[in-house]
Design a protein around this ligand. Structure first.
Ligand SMILES: [Mn+2]
Length: 384
């Protein structure tokens, strides 16, 4: 009798026959997987919030709400640490944690538009949108990892002295058996970050570097700018250039001087055309093989400008034609599943960003890397 009597006839008939196939969907599978993830830490957090933040006013029906926000609700409230992890004031205690996030608010290595010193602040703020749970990964970071935000490295208006500060900071965290995650900052920090890790690795360190640019010059404008980190990092005796894999390179911003060094040092370069031709999985295989060959650990350096400039307006040297977000996320997932010894996310420049989208993609990459490591059993030993 209704106008909809003849709607969906073929599917009405099939419905019963096909319903079992729902379970083929990853989307459904993950919904069931969620039931197996504990909520112990969330419950503890809620208890603390009511204890320290006071129970809510009597008129409020939801008694999980406190008077002062202490747990991660609502998203627009609270003092932002990265992914709402606890701020660790005493960095001497960093060894109690699986992961430590540190800001590196340094951008005097930029050669065009600056602003990456505000990257850590922007990523911390937009990371408030994230829960600690990822549907696709089937991981709740809070329930699997001891994480903290140790604040920012005190960088100053001198590149070399700032390198010394960054080196000391990364070295301290890594020496305590904690995974250091650096929120940049411009890409010049790649050298001191890698150096801080390499000095504690009893063997070679491979580098997987996502970028549109090679960053392989010895100097730029007479200084070790953000165009130079891998020249210097691969001069570290246990970080040989043969273990440096540079992925996403291309476009019109790659200086010929840097290209000459690809040949000279025998680094591995993967362009976006290679990705188009071979696919992310094959490219990830190549990157992992090269980076891990004879190495004991692999470092992940992600320049946010490795993504197509349409997705990352907030960066110093945007270039069209880079990774699409899904491709980049798939790539870092593959890399992270083998395990990484440290990671930097650089070149988020909030003054040029639009609706925080560059900072959000940076945050997403880090969160996905951690979830992939947890899922693959490569991180979380300190969690009890
Ligand atoms: Mn770059």
């Amino acid at each position: 009798m209704g106008f909809f009597d003849n709607h969906g006839l073929s599917f009405r008939q099939k419905q019963a026959l096909e319903s079992d196939r729902d379970t083929d969907l990853f989307g459904i599978e993950q919904a069931y997987k969620e039931a197996k993830i504990p909520e112990i830490e969330s419950e503890k957090e809620l208890e603390r919030s009511l204890k320290y933040g006071l129970e809510a006013a009597p008129s409020i029906g939801d008694r999980t709400i406190s008077t002062f926000t202490r747990e991660p609700r609502p998203a627009h409230a609270g003092i932002p640490t990265f992914l709402r992890t606890p701020f660790l004031e005493d960095v001497r205690r960093v060894g109690e944690y699986d992961v430590a996030f540190m800001g590196v608010p340094f951008d005097i290595g930029t050669t065009y538009r600056a602003g990456a010193r505000f990257g850590p602040e922007a990523m911390r703020r937009i990371s408030k949108l994230y829960t600690s749970y990822s549907y696709e990964k089937g991981v709740d970071l809070k329930e699997s990892l001891k994480m903290c935000d140790i604040g920012d490295v005190f960088t100053i208006a001198n590149i070399e002295k700032s390198f010394d500060q960054i080196f000391k900071a990364v070295s301290h965290v890594f020496s305590q058996g904690t995974l250091p995650i650096m929120l940049g900052g411009d890409h010049a920090i790649g050298y001191p970050c890698l150096r801080g890790i390499a000095e504690h690795v009893d063997g070679n360190v491979g580098i997987i570097h996502m970028d549109r640019h090679l960053d392989l010059q010895e100097k730029d404008m007479d200084e070790r700018m953000h165009t130079t980190p891998w020249f210097h990092a691969t001069n570290i005796p246990n970080a040989p250039p043969e273990n440096l894999v540079q992925v996403g390179i291309g476009g019109w911003q790659v200086p010929r001087e840097a290209v000459k060094n690809v040949r000279k040092f025998n680094t591995t370069v993967v362009t976006i055309d290679d990705i188009e031709r071979l696919g992310i999985d094959r490219v990830a295989d190549i990157a992992l093989e090269k980076a891990w060959k004879g190495a004991k650990a692999v470092y992940l350096s992600v320049d946010i400008d490795s993504f197509d400039s349409g997705f990352v307006p907030g960066t110093g040297w945007p270039e069209p034609g880079g990774f699409l977000p899904r491709e980049g996320l798939q790539f870092v997932d593959r890399v992270a599943r083998e395990g990484i010894c440290g990671m930097e996310l650089v070149e988020v420049s909030p003054p040029y960003d639009v609706s925080d989208q560059t900072a959000l993609l940076g945050t997403r990459i880090i969160a996905d890397v951690l979830a992939a490591m947890v899922d693959a059993g490569k991180l979380g030993k300190k969690f009890t």
